[in-house]
Design a protein around this ligand. Structure first.
Ligand code: NBY
Length: 840
């Protein structure tokens, strides 16, 4: 029926019905074909890099079949779609993940081996696409994997930056940033859509005309660029469904400026056109810090404007009433970065479609929902009205209209409450005035959520308290999750094998609650041995990586203690290294012949990028590296202690680091880490956590039991009191003596770099220890002591490790996404039948 109507050409339809087979010979044939016809290389001479390219193209062919079928199936069933809008998608490498989700890894391994290559080495050839900063971007990537796996009719929308997050080099203890031009060798995982281009306008003016007694607004003039679609297929696991991540790239608009061309300034005119490409060039490298640059606003608007055009085009494919819009689309805003989409959709509905504003507004807020990822004030987006009104003049007008209608309703409910009105207003009445993107997002959404219980609670009691009092039902919690495909099945193949053997199948990969059944194995000595063996092999692999990348030999029998995450004062890497110094000094004070009895060998590893302009974060890197230099070359210490700075922490390194970790640190000041997601990955891989009662740590403790973690530090309700105490007390008075001693050593120049390290320690002296290192240091010491005691008892540690992993199922992003689908989006699964012609 309707499939035939989509494809008129009978012959072509028949040909397209024949799916590629997946037996070894067919796979080999398709690889070799790509060597010859795609790469134009001779079959008898191709390098491992060519092998990677050819293999990727052959996998891509298979992805595309499923991808096309999925899109058609969703259209055919006219299902409600969810659009996940994010300024970042931190995808990591594709090849292994695609093969595992297609359940083709074994077939390819064999096929490739016979062609002379080891598939694992082929994986290493791929660049790591890093179009994101940290947690927020990686969450978007995990969500895509879960949406595909749960068969949801979902689309991701983002930006195809030419430069991802910078590559970090560490030289002499300093961070250097190298541009990441990741498209250098092409990208086999994307499909450039030459025919999907949307015009995007910037600047210009708004002209008012009168038609049938009504005022109409026309936004014109300014500059036009094009946004072109690049599609990235996202395969689900154990399903044929393959969804789309559509990324936009900016290009010069086709209609060029005849005037300047005619005036003979040919090169000047070309130069102007070239500038259009600059918009999507580079990802802003700030994590949790708002920069306020015009180019960033251009990026945001390009994403939003192209996406809304695409969404509306798809909605209009069928003839229907506009009132159906919220029944057919759900748009999720990953933080406020794409929040202009609210204004853009409203603009299109009223200015282009001629819909009455009150009705249009209802359609808009019923379609949108917003996720908040931080309560840090410096991360909240506020655009100056001059900048915004200049770039997007019509949008500024519409923001004022939305705000007026909204405040009017508020003042009916709360007459004369000016304080309330000014805190709820989209406009901050500062000089110059600013647009608060969070307020716009809340007002323009039917649901607002935080990313862990404690964070969602804080939103309703502090940051968004007044909004909560207005519309309590709007506020929800959706505790984050991570995908068990990449974070267990791909990165810890041996653990995955153990699970599959023990559970008699691999359905745990899509239903992680099954691993809870292994509770009865915790006391089993064979199981414990297997567990230890797997951890040790993962440690060997990391040891090799550290040797290769840091030229440091680490002790395989030492406790692998890891803190990897973006550098930030609130995450307190500083507190970690201060403890490390204390440990070092304690060893030195102990008589040489007693040291091995008193101290357990530890390898303390740090990793993470500092935003290029974040001076204190860079000083913390310098301190870590200076301490590492001193300790690692101290012959008295030997292999009792090694400190490593793991350079260029990214998704592919994380896949090696996390499975090898025994203790991971999640030690933010209570209330400041919205959720954290690496904590979940570490727990799933059998690492124990030393951490504060913050973000998702709180829920991890509920699941795995506090007795299986090392929890310390002030609780969130104690923070305000402690800050007051800190501001009113001489630091040397309330800092524990161990901390004072460490600070004094740094001050004396014991670790060199004395000027900048003094600057760093002054950030916690002088009664300005905002992140409360001084307040938490003592209980951190005690928690570290417990770590040592537990690690001494190998079997106790192993049991704790097993319990962490098998009780972590809540933190699968499948659970998270199912909750979004049921409680916010109202979308249902549509699974395509697996085509019978296919060997899969
Ligand atoms: O989002 C992180 C939170 O810090 C973390 O606790 C949470 O688990 C994770 C996922 O929900 N936030 C985050 O990664 N934020 C950013 O990357 C980010 C990037 C850019 C800007 C702000 C925040 N910016 O304003 O440009």
């Amino acid at each position: 029926g309707s499939q035939n109507s989509l494809i008129q050409n009978e012959k072509m339809w028949k040909l397209m019905q024949s799916y590629i087979k997946n037996d070894k010979e067919t796979i080999q044939q398709s690889i070799v074909n790509h060597v010859e016809y795609t790469l134009a290389k001779t079959r008898f001479d191709f390098s491992i890099f060519h092998a990677y390219q050819a293999i990727s193209h052959s996998v891509r062919d298979r992805l595309i079949e499923a991808f096309n079928d999925t899109a058609q199936y969703f259209t055919h069933h006219d299902c409600k779609r969810v659009y996940y809008l994010s300024i970042e998608f931190l995808m990591g490498r594709y090849l292994q993940n695609a093969l595992i989700n297609l359940e083709l890894e074994d077939n390819y391994k064999e096929a490739v081996l016979e062609l002379g290559y080891n598939l694992e080495s082929v994986y290493e050839q791929e660049v790591d696409p890093a179009l994101g900063n940290g947690g927020l971007g990686r969450l978007a990537a995990c969500f895509l994997d879960s949406m595909a796996t749960l068969n949801l009719p979902a689309w991701g929308y983002g930006i195809r930056y030419s430069y991802g997050i910078f590559r970090q080099l560490i030289k002499d203890g300093y961070q250097y940033e190298v541009p990441d031009y990741w498209l250098d060798n092409g990208n086999p995982w994307e499909i450039e859509r030459l025919d999907v281009n949307y015009p995007i306008r910037f600047y210009g003016y708004v002209r008012k005309i009168h038609e049938n007694g009504k005022e109409k607004s026309i936004w014109e003039g300014g500059e036009l660029v094009l946004a072109r679609a690049y599609d990235n297929p996202i395969p689900g696991y154990d399903t044929y469904n393959t969804i789309n991540l559509r990324l936009w790239r900016s290009l010069p608009a086709r209609e060029f400026d005849f005037n300047s061309f005619n005036q003979g300034d040919y090169f000047k005119a070309l130069e102007e056109r070239e500038k259009a490409e600059y918009i999507t060039s580079v990802l802003y490298p700030n994590d949790s810090n708002y920069s306020g640059k015009e180019l960033r606003l251009k990026q945001q608007y390009l994403l939003v404007c192209a996406t809304i055009q695409d969404v509306i085009r798809r909605f209009k494919k069928k003839k229907r009433d506009w009132k159906e819009l919220p029944e057919k689309i759900a748009v999720q805003l990953n933080d406020t970065h794409p929040a202009m989409a609210i204004v853009e959709l409203l603009r299109v509905l009223i200015d282009h479609e001629g819909i009455e504003i009150e009705f249009a507004w209802e359609l808009v807020y019923k379609s949108f929902s917003y996720t908040n990822h931080t309560i840090l004030p410096e991360a909240l987006e506020k655009w100056g009205i001059d900048l915004l009104g200049n770039l997007l003049p019509r949008h500024l007008e519409i923001v004022y209209i939305i705000n007026f209608i909204f405040l009017e309703k508020v003042s009916k409910k709360f007459p004369n409450d000016h304080h309330r009105l000014s805190s709820l207003s989209i406009i901050e009445e500062s000089n110059p005035k600013k647009i608060r993107m969070a307020n716009l997002s809340i007002i323009g959404s039917h649901a607002v959520n935080g990313v862990a219980e404690i964070h969602s609670k804080l939103l309703t009691t502090t940051l968004f308290k007044d909004f909560y009092e207005l519309r309590p039902k709007k506020f929800q919690n959706k505790t984050n999750g991570v995908t068990p495909r990449r974070w267990i099945r791909c990165c810890n193949v041996q653990l995955a094998q153990l699970y599959t053997e023990q559970l008699g199948g691999d359905t745990w990969v899509t239903d992680l609650t099954q691993v809870r059944c292994l509770e009865n194995m915790v006391e089993d000595p064979d199981f414990q041995n297997n567990w230890q063996r797997i951890k040790r092999q993962n440690k060997e692999q990391l040891k090799w990586w550290v040797k290769e990348n840091c030229q440091i030999d680490i002790n395989i029998d030492s406790l692998f203690d890891v803190q990897v995450k973006r550098l930030h004062e609130y995450k307190r890497q500083f507190m970690n290294i201060l403890y490390v110094i204390h440990r070092y000094l304690s060893i030195k004070k102990t008589p040489a012949d007693q040291r091995h009895a008193k101290f357990l060998p530890r390898t303390i590893m740090f990793g993470g990028k500092a935003a290029p302009g974040y001076i204190n974060a860079k000083r913390i890197i310098k301190l870590i590296c200076s301490v590492a230099d001193k300790v690692n070359t101290d012959s008295e210490i030997g292999d009792l202690m090694k400190i490593v700075y793991l350079p260029n922490y990214n998704v592919s390194n994380a896949q090696i680091i996390i499975p090898a970790t025994e203790l991971s640190q999640h030690i933010s000041t209570a209330g400041l880490e919205a959720s954290g997601t690496s904590n979940m990955k570490f727990v799933m891989n059998g690492s124990l956590i030393i951490g504060t009662m913050d973000g998702a740590n709180v829920e991890i403790a509920e699941e795995v039991g506090k007795e299986n973690m090392f929890i310390f530090g002030a609780l969130v309700d104690e923070i305000e009191g402690l800050r007051n105490h800190m501001r009113n007390t001489e630091p040397s008075q309330y800092f524990p003596p161990e901390l004072n001693e460490v600070l004094q050593k740094i001050d004396e120049g014991f670790f060199g770099a004395v000027d900048e390290l003094r600057e760093l320690i002054n950030t916690i002296r002088n009664r300005n220890d905002y992140y409360l290192l001084g307040a938490d240091f003592k209980s951190y010491l005690e928690a570290q002591k417990k770590v040592d005691e537990c690690y001494k008892n190998k079997s106790l540690w192993t049991k704790m490790s097993i319990r962490n992993a098998i009780r972590s199922s809540k933190f699968s992003s499948d659970r998270t996404i199912q909750q979004y689908a049921d409680e916010i989006w109202g979308v249902k699964a549509f699974q395509i039948p697996n085509p019978s012609q296919n060997a899969r």
